[in-house]
Design a protein around this ligand. Structure first.
Ligand SMILES: [Zn+2]
Ligand SMILES: [Zn+2]
Length: 365
């Protein structure tokens, strides 16, 4: 089968026409891959950045981890899924045995394996995965939206880490890549009084504005705005750091009010100094990290919001490419694009064509 494989610890990937068919273990299902959205980590692995090296990949490995697909074969011990089921994949494979797994924190498993790092991913026609990482898609949810659930789950988990405490509160979002934009959308849906979004890229800033955020380039303007509008309560209530830029933190600590909350999502490449005495002790700010998605309440609640809650995230998809075009697709990630999909088996959800860059005219809701 065709697949995109990371073969060596060096920049680049290989487009392989005759990759071996996946083997389906007793607890695995085989998926006909529907849509796979490209993640920032795919670019890291493609360019072989220092953080990609730190992922400790089991090479060779098929890349692609934000996946939806249809079950076409089930292993002998599979009980929950059947041929024909449409699913999205949790990227993290918990062991289900360790302390974290046994105490309700499987998203932070001590023996975590990650799809497309330690097990083959889905930039391929087919992929075999453990049944226990499959999330059945609700009826009517397009496969393309299914491929967005994993990154959208990162955004929803960040809001869970803030105890969903954004209703009636002001929010700062630092970084407006796909996850940051989804936090903007979800926070406003949940009733945030204002979302202040900080982003250097004008295209992404434009999307944040379209979603309803007050937008800024990184710089002193953010703290000036907060001091002018939120002096009466000493700052904004909740901040989400998604940009992964260590340089974003001084602005965030200066913008969040006393007893406010900061949730960190992006992984800064370098340690970030924090004035504990000033911000954590005196100002009483709570600093919370987030990793992956909670299993499975993040998924269950997110899907409720997208279905019964009527929140549409399909606007996030701006481009679609066939499997062989990963290079140009990845080049788009740092340009004018939100989510870029790879469709390894051609168009899905009844779309007629796929090929080249296709910008979808969409409006945000
Ligand atoms: Zn990802
Ligand atoms: Zn575990």
């Amino acid at each position: 089968m065709k697949a995109i494989v990371k073969t060596t610890a060096a920049p680049g990937v290989e487009f392989v026409e005759d990759h071996p068919e996946p083997t389906v273990g007793p607890r695995d299902v085989l998926l006909h891959v529907g849509a796979v959205s490209i993640c920032g980590t795919d670019r890291e692995m493609y360019e072989w950045t220092p953080s990609a090296v730190a992922f400790n990949l089991d090479l060779p490995v098929v890349l692609g981890h934000e996946v939806s697909g249809t079950v076409i074969e089930v292993g002998s011990d599979v009980s929950r899924l059947a041929v024909g089921d449409r699913v999205a994949l949790e990227t993290h494979i918990p062991c289900e045995q360790c302390f974290m797994c046994r105490t309700g924190n499987g998203h932070n498993c001590l023996n975590m394996k990650i799809i497309a790092m330690h097990a083959d991913g889905a930039f391929a026609e087919r992929v075999a995965v453990p049944e226990n990482i499959c999330f059945p898609l609700p009826e009517g949810m397009p496969l393309e939206v299914g491929a967005l659930l994993e990154p959208a789950g990162v955004a929803w988990h960040a809001l869970q880490r803030a105890d969903l405490d954004v209703a009636g509160h002001s929010v700062l979002v630092s970084g407006c890549g796909p996850v940051g934009l989804l936090i903007v959308q979800f926070a406003l849906h949940l009733g945030a009084t204002e979302v202040i979004a900080v982003e250097p890229n004008p295209y992404r800033r434009g999307w944040a504005e379209k979603l309803g955020a007050t937008v800024f380039e990184p710089g002193p303007g953010v703290v000036e705005y907060v001091e002018e509008h939120y002096a009466h309560r000493s700052g904004v209530d909740v901040a989400f750091e998604v940009s992964a830029a260590a340089a974003a933190y001084p602005t965030i600590f200066e913008s969040v009010r006393r007893e406010g909350t900061i949730v960190t999502i992006g992984h800064p490449g370098t340690p970030v100094p924090v004035d504990i005495a000033k911000y954590i002790n005196k100002n009483g700010i709570t600093l919370r990290g987030t990793f992956g998605r909670r299993l499975w309440d993040t998924w269950e609640d997110l899907v409720e919001v997208l279905t019964r809650g009527g929140v549409d995230i399909s606007w996030l998809i701006t481009h679609r490419f066939p499997l062989g075009d990963l290079g140009p697709a990845i080049d788009l990630l740092t340009g004018d694009a939100n989510k870029v999909l790879i469709l390894p088996n051609g168009p899905v959800d009844g779309a007629a064509t796929v090929g080249g860059a296709e910008t979808v005219a969409a409006t945000a809701h």
